[in-house]
Design a protein around this ligand. Structure first.
Ligand SMILES: Nc1nc2c(c(=O)[nH]1)N[C@H]1C(S)=C(S)[C@@H](COP(=O)(O)O)O[C@H]1N2
Ligand SMILES: [Mo]
Length: 198
């Protein structure tokens, strides 16, 4: 299992980023509640600057090679939850299957509630950026983004789309839901990149 310490050693000196409080609870933060789910109709798409656009059913997606990682979770509102065991598919696996084109530089994640969030491609091509459907050995609860969400332990948690249903590879940077509304575009917890200056 991946060591939860590896990320903070890369980005900062302390496991708990500055200005964060540790909590054992797992609060829920959503812009508009849990979207309706229908696993039969569920489809996950990979589009944009790729060699092959892809679509996965639920069974196809969860048949991809999965791993379990122990990760910390940092919310921009000031709480951190340590040692979450997430099971899922690393972002690079999806990128490889689709064949990312040379002109792709950025990524937009989309979700069933209309949420979007963006990251530079190189910030996504990390093993710990997981599409996850299990938390601590249980199916991911729907209020935490089940059936499928993204987790981004190197970023504040708004960079991880709950109820994710698509990834688009972009040739130009774009901003997602919170990035357009005042949260930091870069979101590094160890630099306290919480808010955007524009
Ligand atoms: N689809 C979707 N994903 C989302 C959000 C949302 O409103 N919709 N909120 C984001 C924010 S602001 C945070 S802090 C985390 C919260 O995850 P949690 O509810 O599991 O704690 O999800 C992020 N992903
Ligand atoms: Mo948040």
């Amino acid at each position: 299992m991946e060591d939860a310490t590896s990320i903070f050693e890369e980005f900062g000196d302390e496991r708990l980023p500055p200005g964060q409080r540790r909590t054992k609870r797992f609060p829920v933060l959503s812009k508009s509640g849990v979207p309706k789910r229908d696993v039969d109709a569920w489809e996950f798409t990979v589009t944009g600057a790729v060699e092959d656009e892809l679509a996965f059913s639920w069974d196809e997606f969860t048949d991809l090679p999965a791993e379990t990682q122990r990760q910390d979770f940092h919310c921009v509102t000031g709480w951190s939850r340590f040692d979450n065991e997430f099971t899922g598919v690393p972002f690079p696996t999806i990128a490889e299957r689709a064949g990312v084109r040379d002109d792709a530089v950025h990524v937009m994640f989309s979700a069933l509630d209309g949420y979007t969030t963006n990251l530079p491609l190189d910030e996504c091509m990390r093993e710990e950026v997981l599409f996850t459907w299990e938390l601590d050995g249980q199916p991911l609860p729907s209020d935490h983004g089940g059936p499928l969400r993204v987790v981004t332990p190197h970023k504040y948690a708004y960079k991880g789309a709950k109820w994710v249903d698509g990834v688009e590879f972009l040739t130009e940077p774009e901003r997602g839901y919170w990035e357009k509304r005042g949260y930091s575009n870069t979101a590094n917890p160890w630099e306290q990149e919480r808010y955007s200056s524009w």
